[in-house]
Design a binder for this molecule. Sequence first.
Ligand code: UDP
Ligand code: MG
Length: 166
Amino acid sequence: MNQAVLILIKPDGLKKSLTGNILTRLSETKLEIVAAKMVRVSRELACEHYKHLKEKPFFEEIIKYLQGDLHERKKVMALVYWGKDAITKCRDLAGATNPEEADPTSIRGSYGRITTSGVYENAIHVSSNPEEAEREIKLWFEPKDIIVDLYPVKNAVEKEFKRKVW
Ligand code: UDP
Ligand code: MG
């Protein structure tokens, strides 16, 4: 079944200059990239992304992590991959959440570490199921940023909407 999945190259992945390596690993899946951008992550976006982990003791640390506060890299690379069994294929390549438990040849096994404060710095985020993927993709991307029609859209008329133009 064709699926969409949100991938984030997290600030540690960017700081360690792993973008190329991670994209090369992901290209093994032969999935199609249908959206990609660099994002400066606000606290609101980070909290919404990880809202299911709000009660966890490490919540504040992973918010700082995703915002780039731990790496002086205030950005992430966000991508949407699309194709057959995209979620399983990407999660298999990413490896287990805990980089010490991840298969050593997986992305997290190769590049992840546990910080002295106990955060799993694991270089990459991959949506965990189709419902989460849809929620996350709609959070990180607007319909116009994605080159295929993944989900139904509505027309909205925005009055007095201020935005930067070239
Ligand atoms: N995380 C952590 N300690 C934990 C569990 C999770 O530092 O005990 C971090 C880790 O960076 C992980 C993120 O929180 O990628 C989100 O956790 P989740 O359980 O959703 O794991 P994932 O889906 O990323 O494998
Ligand atoms: Mg998750």
